[in-house]
Design a protein around this ligand. Sequence first.
Ligand code: LLP
Length: 414
Amino acid sequence: NFKNLIAVPNPSHIQGVSIASLADQFGTPLYLYDGDKISSQVKILQQAFAATPLKIKYATKALSNINVLKLIRKAGAGVDAVSIEEVKLCMMAGYTAEEIMYTPSGVSFEEIQEAVAMGIMINLDSMPLMEQFGEKYGNTMPACIRINPHIMAGGNLKISTGHSESKFGISIEQLPAILAIVEKYKLQIVGLHIHTGSDILDAEVFLKGGNVLFEAAIQFSDLKFLDFGGGFKVAYKPGDIATDIMEVGKKVGEAFQAFCQRYGRQLELWLEPGKFLVSEAGYLLVKANVVKESPSVTFAGVDTGLNHLIRPMMYDAYHGLYNLSNPDGEKRKYNVVGYICETDTIAAHRELNEIKIGDLLVIKNAGAYGYSMASNYNSRLRPAEVMILDGKAHLIRKRESFEDLIRNQETLEF
Ligand code: LLP
């Protein structure tokens, strides 16, 4: 299976805009998003499932800048939100209530009520929540149920969400009890949902998940859609194989259409991709502050760290990076490290073109779970975000200021 082996490029320009010029204009560290790439990813997914009635519900949590949300809506997708704040962001970005699905995990019932009042569909994640929902709304509000399919899949355990010990969803083994609650409150269940995890390579995993959905779905009479979640694997490393989305579209689409025949009604197939739509479109542009030789390692210290991109530390994730300032330089081995008082290694023992103080480095695949997982640790400020659209760079979020950092602190007099 080499057809999806990706040669990951090291661009000096995005849509004709020089990345170095963006550092001059906006400073570093800087998050950059290729807007056209995001729109084209939506199109690719739509094409892969062209034979199936598809609804894309972008996983807002991956990258939630309002302009990115607007762009994805323009490309024809809806959204999946996981907090009431994400719901509100999506509304601000122009999504109608019908275009938003709310998939909370263990939130208060007040938050559920707030979303329902906005007309948003809830993806029910536990039986106690189904009961509360039934008590309050009976059959008046359509809802979805999140099933835990007991499938172990995904790049690592931290991002595997569909196995039997995962906190997410209601175990497929509890289906009879689920049905009893639906019956008791005459719940209007219009969708069933699974999400098995992130970084899933094989079409087989989605088919396996589909089979769990189909066997459950046959017991429900009001369904309008089945939601297969997200999790398509993108290429992070040179030589990585990404999910063959055309193969998934064909195989899952066919299995789905066959199920609809059996069900006796055409349903919609929903997907909730995050990484697939935005990972490769994002870059974190940083500057080398220090180059330090020790007897065994050469460190390149950059003006970012786990506060801006936590994936390498949290998931041991590999992010490609390159020296933008020295494209033809000699190769040397570096540990690229952050400026946070933690061991925030961004890349270990990496061959890179020789780095000098002041060089610009580009960290790739920073679109998904980059800015959205950033923090103010070490009292550092979050970077600015820039989106390139139709060959023009737009500032879509200002760099934080010291005032932003202290805004909500109260200073006691003592
Ligand atoms: N739907 C649900 C219900 C999810 O929980 C997630 C991700 C997605 C869709 C989107 O998954 P994606 O297509 O992006 O793989 N922060 C981790 C990824 C974990 C995300 C959790 N849920 C990372 O940076 O690898």
